[in-house]
Design a protein around this ligand. Structure first.
Ligand code: PLP
Length: 808
């Protein structure tokens, strides 16, 4: 698409869609005009593929996810359409990057899980798979984080306020969803015994569609997000009686369902509204698939041939019962046939081993929201447990563990068990995690049917996270191996040949320094802290969680601080420690860790004795947009979770792909990253997951580690002394007391190996050529971690899905 054509499109859209003369157009107006022009081109592709996508024999994947974190669309869509350079030319002298930077991102997710879903949509589109991502159009996404006096403050995310150009409302495909009430039985006209659900309210789900275009593929997939509306905007009976407020109440009540994203990552919040949200989007999505299936002239007997449905964690697991309800209650299918179709339709991805994240709903709550589903789940469970009993007679313990209903105390519906029973395949998200899913999380299900278990290691899209966010490195790589690696990441291997090339290394270092300089400016502008771009950028960006151990990183910072204070002539590699991440608003310890980071930063950054050898920065409001500025500037990637706790991680992949070396434990996908990049190019420390289990089993006493290590003791004492808290000795006591008394995440045991490993990092960074060689090799060997590879594995091994050739 030539610059001239784009120029005309921008002018037309400024005129007709935005309605502003060029002479007075603001940057926001220009952003809109460009975005409309890009959307037009995506729509053109979308419409052209309509026939192909909807052909009767095309099988589709529906990716059900309560979270999607796509990031801003404009820059990525320009890249994927291959028109960034021409758009720049078309704007002749105007700053395209400024306009791109104005876009609000849809923060419809908490972190890794939602971002993974977005990476998969990018790859599904790029690889021309027919796919729809189904989710919730939260009016308020993940909160914006600001920092006041060192503490996290949550601000509502009003991402829709400036309007959202990328979505199209489709009221004609709206669906009605029932909630609450009771069930009753009746006999139908054929004399058959049937059940119907009499709800006590109904809401309408209205879909908003965002087409996602693939990279140079001419292909699109759809992100279809449901927004809740009242069945009627006003209750006219109330209105006519003069009760205006009563009349709008129902509207407000219904719209609450898609109002706000629950901001908890790896933590269950057993709230009624959350269950309603899950059911709401699942019910709309299943009905939408049924509609599409019937519209294509198929019968529901073939539902599982037309759709495969991936459950992204247990949040959409109620889909199992909902499809059964539709097939049995509405379409009068015999139970056995409906169950066969259901089992062939669903597959389930497990994302967590953390017990506090495994979803379960108190039975009375579940029954009051979804009375008919509870009955269906009981029936699924009864039939399933009968099978178990015949295979393991008398093993009541096994039966209790496998049951969808937890009856060990207060009764709960276990969503993971429902997802397991209702799916043909379950997968973990990294090799180690998939093993732990078999051996620790679901050993009884594994005994029952080992073939059902698979692994698909997560992946990330190299388009957004290298092509878009690191143009300097992209150009450098293109210059050596051509540009086809962006859609064939394994080709990065060809860079290995240049790892020892001094000229290439210098170019590599130059690009890294440019990226660090850019980030240093952002840090200064956003926090006021001045950092030195030539220092080692040591980066930990991810949700704040005790298992991710940001506080272990802090213990190392205080260790260095203490050493510098004790020895005024000490020479260490200058470092900038950068943190970013949100804490769940109700997670006290995580919020206190943010305060600790900021408090240590305040003390260390201002102490002249430190001689600027270390700087500590907390960059507020970590999101996809900021992540894109941070990854390219990282020298060291902190992936230091307690072994056995992180399912995979994807931040680890993005940082390594941008040339950061990893300091990490053998946890999640770190294990595979290390295998790929080579042990000599990875800083490994800490307990393995077996060692951690043994340590816990043998009676772990964290205090012993502290008392046996004077340096560690000094660090803890320094925190407790009030040095970082203006004399307040109690402020951080919940952290230090927990570390000394319980230390669930084994920081005390891993402290010394971590600090020693950091010393190796310090030495290694001094040999810049060797460091750069390691950095190049990290990038060269990241091919495996492309989301293209992951999506192909899902398509081949789980979905049995074929790509279709888009129109030329
Ligand atoms: N949050 C955001 C905004 C991200 O972009 C990512 C990316 O991977 C994550 C969280 C997940 O980070 P991690 O895998 O390190 O937990």
């Amino acid at each position: 698409m030539s610059p001239e054509i784009l120029k005309a499109a921008f002018a037309d859209n400024l005129n007709f869609a935005v309605g502003r003369p060029a002479e007075i157009a603001t940057p926001e107006d220009w952003y809109q005009a460009i975005a409309f022009s890009v959307r037009d081109r995506i729509m053109h592709r979308w419409v052209r593929q309509f026939e192909k996508r909807n052909a009767p024999d095309v099988r589709q994947v529906a990716y059900l996810s309560a979270e999607f974190l796509p990031g801003p669309h404009l820059g990525n869509s320009l890249l994927n359409l291959g028109i960034t350079d021409n758009a720049r030319k078309a704007l002749a002298g105007q700053d395209l990057d400024l306009y791109i930077g104005l876009e609000e991102e849809p923060g419809l997710g908490n972190g890794g899980l939602g971002r993974l879903a977005a990476c998969y949509l990018d790859s599904l589109a790029t690889l021309c798979y027919p796919a729809t991502g189904y989710g919730i159009r939260y009016e308020f996404g993940i909160f914006d984080q600001s920092i006041k006096d060192g503490w996290q403050v949550e601000v509502t995310d009003k991402w829709l306020l400036p309007g959202n150009i990328w979505e199209i409302k489709r009221p004609n495909f709206a669906q009605v969803v029932k909630i609450g009430g009771h069930t009753e039985t009746y006999t139908d006209e054929h004399g058959a015994f049937r059940v119907r659900w009499i709800p006590d309210r109904v809401v309408v789900g209205v879909p908003y569609d965002t087409p996602i275009v693939g990279y140079l593929s001419d292909s699109c997939v759809l992100l279809r997000l449901w927004s809740a509306e009242a069945a009627q905007s006003f209750d006219f009976a109330d209105f006519n009686r003069g009760d205006y407020y009563g009349a709008v109440e129902e509207k407000v009540f219904s719209e609450n369902i898609s109002k706000v994203l629950y901001p908890n990552d790896e933590q269950l919040e057993g709230k009624r509204l959350r269950l309603e949200q899950q059911y709401f989007f699942v019910a709309c999505s299943i009905k939408d698939m049924i509609r599409l299936c019937l519209r294509r002239g198929s019968t529901l007997e073939r539902f599982h041939e037309m759709f495969c449905v991936q459950l992204n964690d247990t949040h959409p697991a109620i889909a199992v019962a909902e499809l059964m309800r539709q097939l049995v209650d509405k379409y009068a299918m015999p139970w056995e046939r409906a169950w066969d179709i259901t089992r062939r339709t669903f597959s389930y991805t497990n994302h967590t081993l953390m017990p506090e994240a495994l979803e379960k709903w108190p039975l009375p709550l579940f029954g009051s929201v979804l009375p008919r589903h509870l009955e269906i789940i009981y029936e699924i469970n009864r039939r399933f447990l009968d099978e178990v009993r015949t295979r393991f007679p008398g093993d009541e313990g096994k039966i209790a563990r496998l049951s969808i209903i937890d009856e060990s105390g207060e009764k709960y519906v276990r969503m993971a068990n429902l997802a397991m029973v209702g799916s043909h395949t379950v997968n973990g998200v990294a090799a180690l995690h998939s093993e732990l899913v078999k051996t620790q999380l679901f050993p009884d299900f594994h005994d029952l049917d080992p073939k059902r278990f698979q692994n698909v290691t997560n992946g990330v899209t190299p388009r957004r996270f290298l092509g878009l966010s690191n143009p300097g490195l992209t150009r450098l790589i293109d210059g050596r191996i051509g540009d086809s690696w962006l859609s064939n990441l394994d080709r990065l291997r060809e860079l290995e040949a240049f790892a020892g090339d001094v000229g290439f290394q210098q170019d590599w270092m130059r690009v890294k320094l440019e990226n660090k300089t850019r980030l240093a400016r952002i840090i200064r502008d956003r926090t006021g802290v001045v950092v030195d771009p030539s220092s080692l950028f040591d980066i930990q960006v991810k949700r704040i969680h005790e298992y991710k151990r940001q506080h272990l990183n802090v213990l190392h910072i205080i260790t260095l601080y203490q050493r510098i204070k004790h020895d005024p002539r000490l020479q260490i590699t200058p470092r900038t420690f950068l943190f970013g991440g949100k804490a769940a608003p109700g997670y006290f310890m995580a919020k206190l860790i943010i305060k600790l980071i900021n408090s240590v930063a305040e003390t260390v950054n201002q102490d002249p004795a430190v001689r600027d050898l270390i700087k500590v920065v907390f960059l507020p409001d970590y999101n996809v947009k900021h992540a894109q500025n941070i990854y390219p500037a990282a020298d060291l990637s902190e992936q230091i979770s307690t072994a056995g706790k992180e399912a995979s991680g994807t931040g680890n992949m993005k940082l390594s792909l941008n040339g950061a070396l990893t300091i990490g434990t053998l946890d999640g996908a770190n294990v595979e990253i290390r295998e790929e990049v080579g042990a000599e190019n990875f800083f490994l420390f800490g307990l393995t997951c077996e060692q951690a289990a043994r340590l816990r089993a043998g009676g772990y006493n964290p205090g012993d580690y502290c008392h046996g290590d004077p340096e560690l003791r000094g660090v803890i004492e320094l925190i407790d002394s009030g040095l970082f808290s203006h004399g307040d000795r109690d402020l951080f006591r919940p952290i230090t007391a927990h570390l000394l008394e319980r230390d669930d995440y084994l920081l005390m045991a891993d402290y010394r190996p971590y600090v020693n490993c950091q010393q190796e990092v310090d030495h290694a960074y001094r040999d810049r050529h060797h460091w750069t060689r390691m950095s190049i090799l990290n990038v060269a060997r990241m091919g495996k971690f492309s989301s293209d590879r992951a999506v192909r594995e899902y398509a081949d091994n789980i979905w049995k899905l074929k790509p279709f050739a888009p129109e030329a």
